[in-house]
Design a protein around this ligand. Structure first.
Ligand code: PAF
Length: 347
């Protein structure tokens, strides 16, 4: 049962249930004929699009999508309108990504981890301790490897417009401070629905359970899991101190890249001039998202502390990195040892 202090979750859960009953709320709303390519000419049709993501209204994903909506409506003189749905209202990340591949959703921003269920190659950026810094991550994502990955999304029915981010991921839990891998032994931790994350936490000795974020909140609340891992901004904006989380260890074990994506079916229904505007404004909105994300990370650290979460800031990550080496060995065949090394050596 919900405790009174968690009543803020009720509207969100209610909405998720209603939309789940409607098939996930992922029906495309573009009024243009998305079933056939119109050959690039603009016949003045209007397009009403729905953009979904899993974070609250004050998160950079939302702010970037709102910016995109405003700019696109202005530049197309009202021909393209984008309505933004936060909090997994159109489905959690995995479900919404699947809807993009099927052409039953229009666009979204999602972290990469669940995308790997449909496009395994993108999993390479979800290897733990792959990126040392944001600068390192974006040198890779904006470089050849990242651009190839974005382009490859087309093979699964998605147009990858631009990379953004959600910061480095850290562990929170309800029971004790975690300072070394041994402290994770037997800890029931929710992970994203991604085999690499699952393998990494298994290698660290924890008991990982992959689940969608909207289920994770209830699981933390009800003590089904004791721990989770996410960027600081998620702990702050989702008020994880109200979901039993008492300790946060700044392991930074994963950088969380995000992608602005359109369904290719929907994208192909746009005339060429609209595609160009969406591409330009999408790229600009994700540059904004990156800037906002850096600021949000800094602000959120103080907020989670003020909300009573004990933050372990000085962490020796070497033993954590050591403990997950088997994950690199497991995936080097799939992603290519040379490619992984090229990423690690990019500065
Ligand atoms: O943990 C997750 O599932 C993701 O980090 C989240 C919170 C949905 C944001 O992308």
């Amino acid at each position: 049962m919900f405790k009174k202090r968690n009543l803020w979750l009720v509207p969100f859960l209610f909405l998720s249930l209603v939309l789940a009953g409607c098939g996930g709320g992922t029906e495309t709303s573009s009024e243009g004929d998305s079933s056939s390519d119109n050959g690039g000419s603009n016949d003045g049709k209007t397009y009403n699009l729905k953009a979904g993501h899993s974070l609250p209204e004050n998160h950079p994903y939302q702010l970037a999508l709102v910016e995109l909506a405003e700019k696109v409506e202005e530049r197309t003189e009202g021909q393209v309108k984008i309505e933004v749905f936060p909090l997994s209202q159109l489905g959690a990340e995995r479900e919404l990504t699947e809807a993009l591949t099927l052409g039953t959703a229009d666009l979204s921003i999602s972290s990469t981890a669940p995308i790997a269920n449909f496009y395994p190659q993108i999993g390479i950026v979800d290897l733990p301790f792959l990126f040392e810094s944001r600068e390192h991550a974006f040198n890779v994502l904006d470089g050849e490897v990242g651009q190839e990955l974005l382009a490859g999304l087309e093979d699964v029915g998605i147009v990858g417009v631009e990379w953004g981010e959600n910061g480095f991921r850290h562990i929170t839990n309800s029971t004790h401070p975690i300072t070394k891998p041994e402290d994770l032994k037997g800890v029931k931790i929710r992970t994203q629905e991604n085999p690499i994350h699952l393998d990494a936490f298994t290698a660290l000795g924890a008991q990982p359970t992959p689940m969608a974020w909207n289920e994770a909140l209830t699981a933390l609340q009800q003590g089904v899991v004791d721990a989770q891992e996410n960027p600081i901004v998620v702990a702050d904006t989702y008020k994880l101190h109200d979901a039993n989380q008492k300790y946060m260890t700044l392991t930074g074990h994963l950088f969380s890249p995000a992608v602005l994506m359109f369904s290719k079916t929907v994208w192909d229904s746009f005339p060429a001039d609209i595609q160009e505007i969406l591409l330009e404004e999408g790229k600009a909105a994700m540059q904004l998202e990156r800037e906002l994300s850096v600021k949000a990370d800094e602000d959120s650290l103080q907020i989670v502390k003020d909300n009573g979460i004990e933050v372990i800031e000085e962490v020796d990550v070497a033993p954590f990195r050591e403990a997950i080496q088997s994950v690199y060995e497991k995936y080097e065949g799939e992603f290519g040892k040379d490619k992984i090394e090229a990423i690690l050596n990019t500065k």
